[in-house]
Write a new protein. Structure first.
Length: 77
């Protein structure tokens, strides 16, 4: 993520956001959900705590994060 981009935390409002889970989650409930709301931002939340805190990233920052994960630059536990 570029240093000029901002990451925000907020409490989610499920009534105004369309959340998506990965098809790889397998229905176990141990995953994150993402939403594009508003356009240009990506919201990320823990699927087990849908009314909890939401991480909001610029779309470009989220894309950079996914690239780093796919390249193995971020270890997955």
């Amino acid at each position: 993520m570029k240093t000029s981009e901002t990451v925000t935390l907020e409490t989610s409002d499920p009534s105004r956001t369309l959340w998506r889970k990965s098809s790889y989650s397998g229905g176990s409930g141990n995953c994150v959900e993402v939403a594009l709301d508003p356009p240009g931002q990506v919201r990320v939340r823990d699927s087990k705590v849908p009314d909890g805190t939401v991480l909001i990233l610029p779309a470009g920052g989220f894309a950079d994060f996914l690239t780093a994960v796919n390249q193995g630059a971020i270890p997955l536990a």
